[in-house]
Design a protein around this ligand. Structure first.
Ligand code: ATP
Ligand code: MN
Length: 255
């Protein structure tokens, strides 16, 4: 039908794509009707011209590389509308004072989750934290700036073998600066800050803002402590003379 044709157009199958490409396989597995309709909508709005590759496949979301109607490169994060993480997502959203009504239906809950990540990106970018620029969202689909050149930028975890002690020291300072600016100026916390969610592209870029929340959230202190602990542990193991995370925690909280 018309929708299937539009999806094929988005996937570039009409011209050149083999029907057995990885992109096609993943798309076949994870694009349900809602996702297809959402992609078609974003396609008509020029937000997604084409998806040409798979960047990452995860439990909750898949990330694709694509271009918009103006030829800008984009990363498209598509949440699964069926997720086994329903409970965790529900708990995180229930604690967020920005979220008013919580849908009972899993699909709609994922839409709220997606919108929250978009809002988090918009908020973080204001506090001089380098993040992918948020471009559009609808339902379970989030469109953002593509970070990388030809290929998507590597994660800190992917490049750590090539880094010197000085590199680690600089990255540690950067990451602690992010935590501090977000908390003090942005009243927010990332909540999943790690070597897996920092891309290296002309400097570090912080991604994956799905768990981020505001200070007013009753879980925010727990998340702040988690970020500080994870970041400190990681950099300590790489030879950085780190500040005690508990000390930093008290410093940030007691004021
Ligand atoms: P979640 O915890 O929300 O399920 P996830 O870990 O599956 O998230 P992300 O961390 O947001 O999802 O993205 C997965 C991977 O996709 C990243 O590790 C990174 O390699 C790549 N990626 C994400 N966003 C971008 C982007 N804007 N540009 C380039 N690559 C990206
Ligand atoms: Mn991630």
């Amino acid at each position: 039908d018309a929708l299937e044709r539009e999806i094929e157009e988005i996937l570039g199958l009409r011209e050149r794509r083999e029907k057995d490409s990885e992109l096609y396989k993943i798309a076949n597995e994870v694009f349900d009707r809602t996702t297809k309709e959402t992609l078609a909508y974003l396609h008509r709005r020029g937000k997604i011209e084409e998806l040409y590759g798979v960047i990452s496949t995860g439990k909750e979301a898949n990330v694709f590389a694509g271009v918009d109607s103006e030829g800008n490169r984009i990363a498209v994060k598509i949440y699964r509308t069926y997720t086994t993480e329903f409970r965790r997502i529900w708990e995180y959203l229930a604690a967020d004072p920005r979220i008013g009504y919580l849908p009972k239906d899993m699909r709609k809950l994922v839409f709220v989750w997606t919108r929250r990540e978009f809002k988090n990106l918009q908020r973080a970018i204001k506090y001089a934290v380098r993040v992918p620029e948020p471009l559009a969202f609808r339902n379970n689909v989030l469109v953002m700036e593509f970070i990388g050149d030809e290929l998507p930028a590597p994660r800190l975890k992917d490049v750590e073998k090539d880094l010197t002690k000085t590199d680690f020291e600089e990255l540690y300072d950067f990451t602690m600066g992010v935590i501090e600016r977000l908390w003090k100026r942005g009243d927010m916390v990332h909540g999943d800050l790690s070597e897996y969610n920092i891309l290296i592209h002309e400097g570090p870029v912080v991604i994956d803002w799905s768990q981020a929340t505001v200070k007013r959230n009753r879980m925010s202190l727990e998340l702040l402590r988690r970020d500080l602990t994870n970041v400190s542990n990681y950099f300590r193991k790489r030879g950085v003379d780190v500040v005690d995370p508990e000390e930093k925690f008290r410093e940030l909280v007691e004021r």
